[in-house]
Write a protein that binds this ligand. Structure first.
Ligand code: COA
Length: 698
């Protein structure tokens, strides 16, 4: 038998144990091993029942993603699953950890499923631009009904075992030793001569839809909100529709063909790139696996404004006690009241229980005296962007906190090294840059200062993960990675307005590209006054945004910004007043306005970002192109299925991007548009950014 899959006996029960660390992915050798062991057990007269079990931390967590894009090796998964499906002897899947994707599809071909407490099952293929084509779309609706199956497959979300038990997806939760429990379960099935429930033959949940196909479309439409226009969700719907007309075997063959077509598609390649890039980002140069993160038992946040409150919520949500410090009792109360209001909204919406809200609020304490942070293992400063204030705070924190405490600033732009120099412990100082709303956005830029120690970095990364964030290490520069690239885009967005475009045209080009929002709608949401104040402090101007602010149009909060917002509305309408204002600015600057097409808008917004990204790589501010992609997807809504800005640039071709940037530099006279040296070099060598990434799969 293969070393990765072994067959052992426990009385009349055969156990097929899959042992392919770290997550028991279904590589071709594992598939072959499963098939070989299954056949041996099936054909062994001494065996009355067969149990599938995963060794290590999880049952099989899916197909081996590194094999996608390579020539398929037999046996293919649907063939393995088809044989298990037809087993004449009872089959039991014993699940723990995260049985996902192809792993979970194997369990759906078994007659019975049992799980250890804490198991989370799911079909996450949609997140990789694919779909569960090894019978998942066929068997799941037969087992739990079309609505629940579509919800699970189209969201890709995991489901806890307790819920899976409730909806009949699993048969039993096994407390105690899973292997012993599963064997006992199998023996009971044999002893009681329980009828074998073959999922592929169930029809009671499908029959009503066959009589009412319009209901099928309704169900699908209700779960398709996020994925409209994308290949994989479309494939899911067409695949699931087959349940109405075809048997599992035949439908699975069609599914396999569709799956094979999706793999080389740009959408799936982009999403797979992000899967691996996110995991690569966890590997920080200079921070080896042996570096120990310091324990963070208590945290503190300085500042109870929007950011401070949101960051404090992250800690409370993760079960870490947190102290929030403000300068006055009034500001503190305002901040904590906002936090309580946010939690109440979640309770009203049903996404949080009242008890859980109380527990989280109970983990937060407030203070107006900085001494209150003296026991914190990690302090995050989140006051406004003024260097002098930050310096004072870090001086004080250095005196007050214990020698091992890590001190972080949530600054978006300021020099972390200068802040660190205010302390006697620059090695324990770094940036932890959250994105607004901090309790929602998953990106965390961890800013490494020139003196930051590996331990401090490891601590920030580990805490970031505990908070459910995707932490990415970046270096010190104005705006770090995300905001520095955003600035390149913002400058060009304003230029487009001056040259002839309107806000809705610029935003429209980006939403059509896949962003949830364009730059002007985003500005209105965030508040235009924030960057206005910053520009004034720096002595710079943005003609149109400044004109709007001077007219008191700060965005959604004043009901007017680049757009007009009717009372309570979150989406704005084009405003003729703004158009007149823009036309006026063009005139004042002596610019003859011209119509600007979608493609030009898109290129001028995205290519300068790519150029800035290339400079960021040259300067070593980001470690890998993939890190930049992860930052833009989790922090700025870059469409995941386009793989992030650097991956997208590769799909366009760096030569094309260089040419367009050079043309833009000439036309605008702006030297920043000259292609970065790295971009030029890669383009000349016919390479892409991917050639710089240490990654497993393209
Ligand atoms: N194929 C190949 N490699 C995989 C894999 C898969 N299906 N799932 C995980 N891995 C690798 C990761 O790349 C990582 O490798 P690295 O340590 O070299 O970076 C390692 O296994 C551990 O994964 P990681 O995500 O860091 O561990 P985790 O405990 O946080 O999460 C999972 C485990 C299984 C929940 C998560 O990896 C996951 O969601 N995997 C994808 C599952 C999936 O989409 N399956 C369907 C495929 S069609």
């Amino acid at each position: 038998m293969s070393q990765l899959v072994s067959l052992v006996r426990d009385g009349n029960v055969a156990l097929i144990v899959i042992d392919n660390p770290p997550v028991n992915a279904l590589s071709s050798a594992v598939r072959a091993g499963i098939l070989e062991c299954f056949r041996a057990a099936r054909d062994d007269a001494q065996v009355a029942a067969i149990v599938f079990l995963g060794a290590g931390r999880t049952f099989v967590a899916g197909a081996d993603i590194t094999e996608f894009g390579k020539p398929p090796q037999p046996p293919v998964l649907i063939d393995v699953i088809a044989e298990i499906d037809q087993s004449p002897k009872p089959t039991v899947a014993a699940m723990h950890g995260t049985p996902l994707g192809g792993g979970f599809e194997v369990t759906l071909a078994c007659h019975f499923r049992v799980a250890a407490p804490g198991t989370r099952v799911g079909l996450p293929e949609i997140k990789l631009g694919l779909f569960p084509a090894a019978g998942g779309t066929q068997r799941l609706p037969r087992l739990v009904g079309m609505d629940k199956a579509a919800a699970m497959i189209l969201s890709g979300e995991q489901m806890p075992a307790e819920e899976a038990l409730e909806i009949g997806l699993i048969d039993e939760i096994v407390a105690g030793d899973l292997r012993a429990g599963a064997v006992a379960f199998a023996k009971r099935v044999v002893a009681e001569k329980r009828p074998l429930r073959r999922v592929s033959e169930l029809d009671d949940k499908i029959a009503p839809l066959r009589a009412d196909p319009a209901r099928f479309d309704e169900i699908m439409a209700s779960h398709m909100k996020r994925g409209r226009g994308l290949d994989a969700p479309k494939a899911v719907v067409e695949s699931m529709r087959q349940t109405l007309t075809l048997d599992v075997e035949e439908a699975s063959r069609n599914d396999r063909d569709t799956f094979v077509r999706l793999i080389p598609g740009e959408q799936s390649r982009g999403q797979r790139h992000i899967f691996f890039a996110e995991r690569e980002a966890a590997k920080v140069p200079g921070v080896s696996k042996d570096v120990k993160a310091r324990a963070v038992r208590r945290a503190a946040v300085i500042g109870a404004g929007t950011m401070g409150g949101g960051i404090a919520m992250c800690f409370a949500n993760a079960g870490i006690p947190v102290t929030v410090v403000e300068t006055s009792g009034e500001a503190l109360k305002r901040g904590l009241d906002t936090v309580a209001k946010n939690y109440k909204t979640s309770v009203t919406r049903g996404s949080l229980t009242a008890e859980e809200m109380e527990r989280r609020i109970g983990l937060m304490s407030g203070a107006t005296d900085m001494d209150a942070v003296k026991d914190a293992d990690l302090v995050i400063e989140a006051v406004f962007e003024e260097m002098d204030i930050k310096r004072q705070i870090f001086g004080a924190l250095d005196r007050i906190t214990g020698p091992d405490a890590v001190l972080a600033t949530n600054t978006s732009y300021l020099d972390v090294n200068a802040i660190a120099r205010e302390t006697q412990r620059p090695a324990s100082v770094l940036g932890m840059h959250f994105f607004s709303p901090a309790n929602v956005m998953r990106l965390l830029e961890v800013v490494r200062g020139e003196r930051t120690s590996p331990e401090a970095l490891a601590t920030a990364m580990a805490v970031g993960r505990r908070l459910g964030k995707v932490p990415v290490v970046v270096g010190v520069c104005h705006g770090f990675v995300g905001n520095r690239m955003l600035r390149a885009r913002s400058i060009e967005a304003e230029r487009l307005l001056i040259e002839g475009a309107l806000p809705q045209e610029v935003d429209g080009a980006l939403t059509e590209f896949g962003f949830p929002m364009g730059p002007f709608a985003m500005g209105d949401l965030a508040g235009l006054d924030v960057s206005w104040r910053m520009r004034k402090a720096q002595g710079t101007r943005a003609e149109i945004a400044d004109a709007l602010c001077e007219a008191g149009r700060f965005g959604q909060k004043t009901g007017k910004g680049f757009y007009l917002y009717e009372a309570g509305a979150r989406t704005g309408k084009p405003d003729p007043e703004v158009e007149a204002m823009i036309v006026g600015v063009s005139k004042r600057l002596g610019v003859t306005r011209r119509p600007i097409g979608r493609q030009e808008i898109l290129e001028r917004l995205v290519y300068p970002m790519v150029n800035e990204g290339a400079r960021i790589l040259e300067e070593g501010i980001a470690t890998r192109p993939g890190d930049i992609d992860v930052i833009w997807i989790y922090g700025y809504g870059f469409p995941a299925w386009r793989g992030g800005p650097m991956f997208y640039a590769d799909t366009v071709g760096l030569k094309t991007i260089c040419e367009r940037l050079s043309a833009l530099a000439t036309a605008s006279g702006d030297k920043r548009h000259e292609p970065a040296a790295l971009l030029q070099r890669l383009a000349a060598e016919g390479r892409g950014f991917a050639s710089l990434d240490e990654k497993k799969s393209a």
